[in-house]
Ligand binder design. Structure first.
Ligand code: NDP
Ligand code: AKG
Ligand code: MG
Length: 417
């Protein structure tokens, strides 16, 4: 298959040297526009990033964007069967840092999630989703300012691994027969026409995620890491996640039992402050984040819990239209909005581009371009403070001026200087 990707002539590759990113002044950044509202939010994000970089570095630094394809656009550019071209994966591997818009996943059939495939193939095992309130953003809770959490969602395992067999197929029946006849399982209520899903959760997968969460708490002066699990019911997957998480905190970070346990306490080696390692059962956590958000800071959790928690928490600070995210491995990082393709709004230049813009802000910070990242936050706060906002905020804010997706980007740019 011939290449459909144009490599910008004027940029250089980001490399990794001794485990650290080496970012040239003119890095090539691969991006996927995304399906649905990707066509609205991604160009707006690029314009805002370019403006922030220009203001921050006065032309000394500049991003060379390189479009790579996935999803519906890939089927147009390549052929109708190609949803995730090998060269897209190769570019992310080679260029180290990228960003993407949302990609559609059909429900109940059709292709499996391309978003999940990207995470699995590139082993982007950390899904990092910070949730923080911007002053003035409409919220359904009384104290949105109390929400300041960073979710570390395990991104490569769990029921999200996509090991599923459709009811009535030979594979599903084979597994059911194996379970009932060889494993003594008697609790499959209806063995006829029963779909089967498998939930792999490993010690290594858990510990590499929890390690990142604790290190983040240390590096960012956070006071707790909460392991969120449903280990009372799923003992050997979610329960094991909790046990392996505590074990890692003890073995690698020297955490000690607090008041006899099970919570642990460790001293932040940077400043001597205490970091508590605790755990909460997932359903109770959904209540806790609403009632006592100030008690939670860094959250480490399994893939599906993290998916639910991140949208629920986003709602408390303005919705998924403004909640950013990153998928990170030791070699590659792909930043992405937490929302989906919102097909009913696709191409209307209507939705909030805040989520992918804040994902780009995380990307700039990851690259060490903190001045540009800080400016993006300033621009976002400025646009929201001036109440020039997209429909999702405008419908909840008194006295706000409704602007389109691209106009919201322009409002952010106005507040960069
Ligand atoms: N990482 C990814 O690429 C993801 C992809 N998806 C995929 O996206 C598709 C659609 O999923 P769906 O469940 O409808 O979820 P979506 O996130 O696409 O949309 C749900 C609702 O959230 C609100 N919303 C979403 N994005 C924005 C935005 N930028 N600005 C303002 N409001 C927004 C809208 O609410 P309202 O109607 O109230 O205005 C929208 O109707 C599916 O195929 C799903 O698999 C889903 C999540 C992540
Ligand atoms: O891949 C998808 O379609 C959905 C993924 C998702 O909801 C998420 O990553 O938050
Ligand atoms: Mg989700």
């Amino acid at each position: 298959m011939s290449s459909q990707i144009t490599i910008p002539a004027d940029g250089q590759k980001i490399t990794i040297e001794n485990g650290r990113l080496n970012v040239p002044n003119n890095p090539i950044i691969p991006f996927i526009e995304g399906d649905g509202i990707g066509i609205d939010v991604t160009p707006t994000m690029r314009k805002v990033v370019d403006a922030a970089v220009k203001v921050a570095y006065q032309g000394e630094k500049k991003i060379s964007w390189m479009e790579v394809y996935a999803g519906e656009k890939a089927t147009e550019v390549y052929d109708s069967e190609t949803w995730l071209p090998e060269e897209t994966l190769a570019m992310f591997r080679e260029y180290r840092v990228g960003i993407k818009g949302p990609l559609t996943t059909p429900v109940g059939g059709g292709i499996r999630s391309l978003n999940v495939a990207l995470r699995q193939v590139l082993d982007l095992y950390v899904c990092q989703r910070p949730v923080q309130w911007f002053t003035g953003v409409p919220s359904p809770v009384k104290h949105p300012e109390a929400v300041d959490m960073v979710i570390f969602r395990e991104n490569s395992e769990d029921i999200y691994a996509g090991i599923e067999y459709k009811a009535g197929t030979e594979q599903a029946d084979k597994i059911i027969n194996f379970l009932t006849e060889e494993m003594g399982v008697s609790s499959i209520r209806f063995t006829e026409d029963c779909g089967i899903g498998i939930k792999p959760v490993s010690k290594e997968g858990t510990q590499r995620l929890v390690r990142k969460a604790i290190q983040y708490a240390i590096d960012n002066d956070r006071d707790s890491v909460t392991l969120v699990h449903k280990g009372n019911i799923m003992k050997y997957t979610e329960g094991a996640f909790k046990e392996w998480g505590y074990q890692l905190a003890h073995d690698e970070f020297g955490a000690e039992l607090l008041d006899g346990g099970p919570w642990l306490s460790l001293k932040n080696p940077n400043n001597g402050k205490e970091i508590i390692i605790k755990d909460v059962i997932a359903d109770a956590m959904l209540q806790q984040i609403l009632l006592r958000p100030e008690e939670y800071s860094v959250i480490a959790t399994l893939n599906l819990n993290g998916d639910y928690l991140s949208d629920a928490l986003a709602a408390q600070v303005g919705g998924i239209g403004i909640a950013p995210g990153a998928n990170i491995s030791d070699e590659v990082a792909i930043f992405e909005a937490t929302h989906g393709t919102a097909p009913k709004y696709a191409g209307l230049n209507k939705v909030n581009p805040g989520s992918v813009i804040l994902s780009a802000e995380m990307m700039l910070r990851h690259m060490g371009w903190t001045e540009a990242a800080d400016l993006m936050l300033q621009g976002m706060s400025g646009a929201i403070g001036a109440k020039t906002v997209t429909y999702d905020f405008e419908r909840l804010m008194e006295g706000a001026t409704l602007v389109s997706c691209s106009e919201f980007g322009d409002e952010i740019i106005k507040h960069l200087a």
